[in-house]
Design a protein around this ligand. Structure first.
Ligand SMILES: Nc1ncnc2c1ncn2[C@@H]1O[C@H](COP(=O)(O)OP(=O)(O)OP(=O)(O)O)[C@@H](O)[C@H]1O
Ligand SMILES: [Mg+2]
Length: 255
């Protein structure tokens, strides 16, 4: 499957008017290609990933998966397409609290025909993310990083053609994070799929051959904005800092 994004825009209606998050995103990825997307918090990375995964709709522009616009499909077919071909690791997991670890990983396989091998693949994935001894735990009985690893196993269970991972190593220690990066890369290579990973981790990003950055509502090759970046970062941090007056020690004689 190929992925083609042309002039993608996303505006959110808000109480103070339309908020323009994606202004003009263009991207082409073929089978067997992987991309890491970095960029500041709030720059639109999750928004882009949700649209690529057909979980949200663009305001304008085109997304084509396998040459077709998925948003023209009737809702039921779109849900079926998504379940079959898209693996999504959400920034906040979305595990079902009443199901065990093993059941959570198997959920995407329940709608389709049973192939009998799903459970052994689920067990293998859980073993590869280091959770073989947690199969019967409920999500509430896991650590944050363990929940994240369950979500990764669940995203891989159907060997999706499009694998989208939003901060997949956000809660993990360095070593586990590296293992997760390697697992994502290994599975996507085995299945010749497309992999798009959003991350703030420079270490995870280094494992990927192609890196881009979300900035000003567009996607640009990493480093393209380096010029002037220091000034912008300074501006950003200054704007987050409390006004200097609130940091100053109270004047002598003040109550
Ligand atoms: N449903 C919504 N309605 C209005 N604004 C939204 C909505 N969802 C997201 N936003 C805004 O869009 C911007 C981009 O959000 P998004 O979640 O894509 O950022 P991000 O790059 O993933 O950030 P982070 O690195 O913190 O996860 C944010 O400023 C956010 O406040
Ligand atoms: Mg995000």
């Amino acid at each position: 499957m190929s992925l083609q994004v042309d002039h993608l825009c996303k505006h959110y209606p808000t109480r103070s008017g339309a908020l323009s998050v994606l202004r003009d995103v263009n991207l082409t990825l073929g089978p067997g290609e992987a991309l890491v997307v970095m960029g500041p918090s709030g720059s639109g990375k999750s928004t882009l990933l949700h649209i690529l995964g057909t979980l949200d709709t663009p305001t304008s522009g085109n997304v084509r998966l396998g040459g077709k616009d998925p948003f023209t499909l009737p809702e039921r077919e779109l849900a079926d397409f998504r379940n079959r071909h898209v693996g999504f690791v959400f920034q906040d997991h979305h595990l079902l609290p009443q199901c065990s670890v093993l059941e959570n990983v198997l959920i995407p396989t329940l709608a389709g025909s049973r192939d009998g091998q799903a459970e052994s693949w689920a067990r293998e994935l859980l073993q590869r993310v280091g959770l073989s001894d947690r199969l019967d735990h409920r999500p509430a009985e896991l650590s944050g990083g363990e929940r994240q690893r369950v979500a990764i196993a669940r995203a891989l269970i159907r060997r999706p053609l499009l694998l989208l991972a939003d901060e997949p190593t956000g809660n993990l220690d360095r070593r586990t994070a590296q293992g997760i990066g390697e697992l994502l890369l290994a599975v996507y290579r085995q299945t010749n799929s497309i992999l798009v990973v959003v991350t703030h981790s420079a270490e995870l990003a280094r494992q990927f051959p192609r890196r881009m950055e979300m900035a000003d509502g567009t996607l640009q090759p990493e480093g393209a904005r380096d010029e002037g970046r220091e000034t912008r970062d300074e501006e950003r941090i200054t704007s987050l800092a409390p006004p200097p007056s609130s940091l100053a020690p109270p004047e002598k004689g003040a109550p």
